[in-house]
Write a protein that binds this ligand. Sequence first.
Ligand code: ADP
Length: 282
Amino acid sequence: MATSNKLISVQHLVKEYNHGTVKALNDCSLDIAQGEVVAIIGPSGSGKSTLLRSLNLLEEPTSGQIFFDGVNLADKSVDINLHRQKMGMVFQHFNLFPHKTVLQNITMAPLALKKKSPEEAQKQAMELLERIGLADKANEYPNMLSGGQKQRIAIAGIIAMNPACIVMDEPTAMLDPKGRREVLQTVRTLNKNNHTTVVLITHFMDEAVQADRVIVVDNGKVLLDAPPKKVFSHVELLKSVGLDVPQSAELAFELKKSGISIPEDILTEDECVEALLKLLKE
Ligand code: ADP
């Protein structure tokens, strides 16, 4: 049963397609606490998107259960639209209206749902834009922005609905490295300031490294579920399912394999350099 700080609890989730010939999710279980940033990684076709779509009620589970804030999402009383307001979803493509300004894009949903007066909605949108460093773009149109900026505005638009959780399916896949860094920074800022829970599918290991926790999905179930340092110390297991590991983690793993005494939980370049310098001094 879900406890109070568990925002999401997925229990033995199974999702079959094509009359059971495809098992996209196969007894998948995990918990996510309020305020956590969780990265989901896994090989292509392992079930990551199906999992996220199930959380957002875009897919109906074949069996198993999902609890959100203690409520079983299969309950007939669950209002799908209300649930989707509590759990915003960001996709690879930037969901912005091209003929509306940045400010209008952000205020549109809160206004349409009569959640806020126009003045309140505008004030909140400007605060969000300030927080993510894009206040000067308020009156511009999406086609005047970079990909990274568009995605950050789309994320701000979802945060304007005050969701408890934001789920993102490869939100940086279309971006260059600078755009990716900016989007991740925006996600972090909003997570810190608004305590929004973040569930992020990514195939960029440097993004997964920045999460509080990494869940590795393979063949429709959870293979590993631990903080990044722990997950990326399983270099051989991750490679066996076709996943990359951060370069520093791999270098540390190879050095350790050849008998050199180096910590096994190295993730960043700085940690790697520090460990190597220590070795040289010994
Ligand atoms: P991932 O996001 O990890 O790439 P998906 O969740 O998209 O994986 O897909 C998991 C498996 O389910 C794959 O084998 C995929 O082909 C299959 N699948 C996903 N959606 C459908 C669908 N609507 N109909 C049939 N098969 C599907």
